[in-house]
Design a protein around this ligand. Structure first.
Ligand SMILES: C[S@@+](CC[C@H](N)C(=O)[O-])C[C@H]1O[C@@H](n2cnc3c(N)ncnc32)[C@H](O)[C@@H]1O
Length: 383
C-alpha cells in the first residue's frame, strides 16, 4: 500500500545511512554467551525433541549489521539466512561474520513485507526466526507477521523484541521534539546533545541510555522515520490475528509462566512503571498441541537430559577461566564453579532424569531453566 511504501523506503534509506548496530569489526562474543540462541536447546525446550543434524534452518529477519555473527557462534552447523532491507547493514554483517571465521550465513537483501511475487527465500522454511528490534520499524506489521508465520516450519518459533509504549515514552517525546525543531541530521542532533544542560531531562536521558553513546544509536533513538511503540494489549492483538501465541517472555524480570507475566506487565503499564521493552518467543497457534503433548510427556515419562551444545563447547575453559554466561533469558544465571563443571560434564552424553542423584536435582533444574541443559523425550539424535 502506498503510504506504507514511502515510509518503508524512508526506513531503508535510514539504515543505508546509519549502519546499526555500530560495533567495531573486532568486537567478539564469548561462545558461552551465545547459549540462548542455540537452536537445539530452544527446539528441545518447546518440542521435547532433537532436530535432525542436517535440518537446522534459521532466519534472521532484519538482521542488522551484527546479529548473524552471534547466531553463527551459537549454531555453527545450521544453515543461517540473514535478511535485511539495507545493503549497508548486510555488507557490514558479512564482513563481521567472515572476519570471525563464520561462513554458514547466506546474506539476502529483501523486504519482509514484499513477499508477494518475490522469490528471495525460494520457498524455504525455518525452524527458528529471529526478528529482534524490527517489527516496530515496519509500518505494515500485519503483512510482516503473516509473512514470518508462513516461513516457519511446523513447531518452529520466533524471537521478537518490540518497543513498549511505557518504556519508550521519553525517547518518543524527544524524537517528536526533534521533528518539531526541524532537527533531521546527525550533525545537528549531536550538536544539541553536546549542549544539553546538566540536570535537564534530555541530558539525564542521554546519560542513562547506552544507545546514545554511538552515532547510529542516537539516530535510531531520535531520527528514525518510523518507530512505533506498543502496549502489551496491542502487541498480543497483532500476534493473535496473525496466528502466533507467546511461548515465553525473556525480557529482564519476566516471570516464567505466561499468564502471570501478562498480568505483571499489565499492572506495570497501568502504574506507568514498565521500564523494559517486550522480548519474547512466540510460536504458531496451530502447534499448541505439539507443545501441550511435550508438557504431558514430561510429567509422565522418564525424559533425557543433555548439555546445551554451546555450553558443551565452553566447558573445557571453565576451570581455568571462571565463566558466568551473560543473562539472556531475563534472570541472573546460576554460576558454574568447579564442582558445577563436574556435574555439567556428566551430561555430555544423555542422562535419564531418573538417574540423577536427589542431591543434584535442584541444581539440574536451575540449569534446565537457564537452558545450559536441555531436556528431550528421547536420547537419540535423529539422523
Ligand atoms: C534496529 S535494527 C535491528 C537489527 C538486528 N535485528 C539487531 O538486533 O541487532 C532493525 C533492522 O531491521 C531492518 N528492517 C527494517 N524493516 C525491514 C523490512 N521490512 N524487511 C527487512 N528488514 C527490515 C533494518 O534495515 C535494520 O537492519
Amino acid at each position: 500500500m502506498e503510504p506504507f511504501r514511502s515510509l518503508q523506503d524512508a526506513v531503508k534509506a535510514h539504515y543505508e545511512r546509519h549502519v546499526y548496530p555500530q560495533f567495531p569489526l573486532w568486537a567478539s562474543v564469548r561462545t558461552c554467551d551465545a547459549y540462548a540462541l542455540n537452536l537445539d536447546a530452544l527446539w528441545a525446550r518447546f518440542n521435547g525433541e532433537r532436530l535432525p543434524q542436517k535440518e537446522r534452518k534459521i532466519l534472521l529477519a532484519g538482521c542488522g549489521s551484527f546479529s548473524p555473527y552471534p547466531a553463527a557462534v551459537a549454531n555453527p552447523e545450521a544453515q543461517i539466512t540473514a535478511l535485511d532491507l539495507s545493503e549497508a547493514n548486510l555488507r557490514r554483517a558479512t564482513l563481521h561474520s567472515w572476519i570471525h571465521g563464520y561462513f554458514n550465513v547466506n546474506f539476502i537483501r529483501g523486504d519482509i513485507t514484499q513477499t508477494a511475487g518475490s522469490d528471495f527465500l525460494k520457498d524455504q522454511r525455518f525452524h527458528f526466526i529471529d526478528c529482534y528490534g524490527v517489527l516496530h520499524h515496519i509500518p505494515d506489521v500485519i503483512t510482516a507477521l503473516n509473512a514470518l508465520h508462513s516461513w516457519l516450519n511446523p513447531a518452529g518459533f520466533m524471537r521478537i523484541m518490540v518497543y513498549s509504549q511505557s518504556a519508550r515514552r521519553s525517547a518518543q517525546s524527544i524524537r517528536t521534539a526533534m521533528r518539531m525543531l526541524g532537527v533531521h541530521t546527525l550533525r545537528e542532533l549531536k550538536q544539541l546533545c553536546r549542549n544539553a544542560p546538566t540536570g535537564s531531562r534530555f541530558r539525564d536521558y542521554l546519560d542513562a541510555t547506552p544507545e546514545a553513546d554511538f552515532d547510529s544509536g542516537l539516530a535510531d533513538l531520535f531520527l528514525h522515520p518510523y518507530a512505533k511503540t506498543y502496549t502489551l494489549e496491542a502487541l498480543l492483538k497483532i500476534l493473535e490475528i496473525t496466528g502466533f501465541e507467546p511461548l515465553q517472555f525473556i525480557h529482564w524480570g519476566a516471570l516464567p509462566e505466561i499468564t502471570s507475566e501478562i498480568a505483571r506487565l499489565k499492572k506495570l503499564e497501568k502504574s506507568n512503571e514498565l521500564r523494559s521493552n517486550f522480548i519474547l518467543l512466540v510460536g504458531r497457534k496451530q502447534d499448541t498441541k505439539i507443545r501441550i503433548e511435550w508438557q504431558k510427556i514430561k510429567n509422565r515419562q522418564d525424559t533425557v537430559i543433555t548439555l546445551n551444545p554451546v555450553i558443551q563447547r565452553s566447558l573445557p575453559w571453565l576451570p581455568f577461566i571462571p565463566l558466568k554466561p551473560e543473562p539472556k533469558l531475563g534472570f541472573v544465571n546460576p554460576s558454574i564453579n568447579d564442582q558445577d563443571k563436574r556435574l555439567l560434564s556428566r551430561f555430555r552424553t544423555p542422562v535419564r532424569q531418573t538417574a540423577i542423584k536427589p542431591a543434584d536435582r535442584d541444581r539440574v533444574e536451575q540449569y534446565l531453566q537457564a537452558l545450559f541443559l536441555i531436556e528431550t523425550s528421547r536420547p537419540n539424535l535423529s539422523p
